[in-house]
Design a protein around this ligand. Sequence first.
Ligand code: ADP
Ligand code: MG
Length: 254
Amino acid sequence: MSLLALEDITVTFGPRNKPLVTALENVSLSVAENRFSVIVGPSGCGKSTLLRLAAGLDAPTSGRLTLGGQPIEGPSAERGMVFQSYTLFHWLTVKENIMFGPKLKKLPKQNCEDIAKQLIRSVHLEGFEDAYPKQLSGGMRQRVALARALANDPRILLMDEPFGALDSQTRQHMQELLLDIWQERRKTVLFITHDIDEAILLGDEVHVMSARPGRIAKTIPIHLDRPRSIDLLTSADFMSYKREIMALLHEKTQ
Ligand code: ADP
Ligand code: MG
């Protein structure tokens, strides 16, 4: 069943009577419940614009967005977000950052503590509960950001190039960690990246976007067994998906 649906979305920037940039044009996309859906596309093709719409941070120029059949009209705790740049509260500790959402929902204190404890274990940050973001590495901060988003138990997790600023080794660790967490929770995810390997490794399906104006060129189902690990990167099936996506991206950027 489709959880998130984008129907015929167009976004233009600039005055309405004289649009300067068409960031997205007639984009339709749906993300089924419990699926890990990935969007891959070149820089500037409208990926962040699309995710901001799903997050309710911006509204489309035309088209419709719904979550579970209800129109998306603003940000909500039912949509958890993780961005590339660190968006932690720098004045709160790791644990306080993670408990922020549950506390806001006025869950009992013990309940908030339990949620934080379990998530700190899932993202391997035991021992860092009382550290502040500035005391952590980039990878650790993104693990806190992931835990903080999951703490609200959102219906969907929206991730915009969350590992984009990390070095390649940390990035691979984060990909494996996310695969483990997803295997455990099967949370519905919409994940954005410009990294083709990352898209194939993580996704149940990969929506390939074309350059401006951003459109969905093709949706490719990824039939690779789970649980997955980075060992897959050298497999023949993986390579064949990679060739297909590279060809699509190349063709569209001509
Ligand atoms: P991506 O995330 O794929 O790199 P973006 O969604 O950030 O792409 O941007 C898509 C296009 O829209 C780009 O050409 C960008 O310059 C333009 N754009 C994004 N936000 C704005 C804005 N607020 N005002 C004007 N142009 C914008
Ligand atoms: Mg972007």
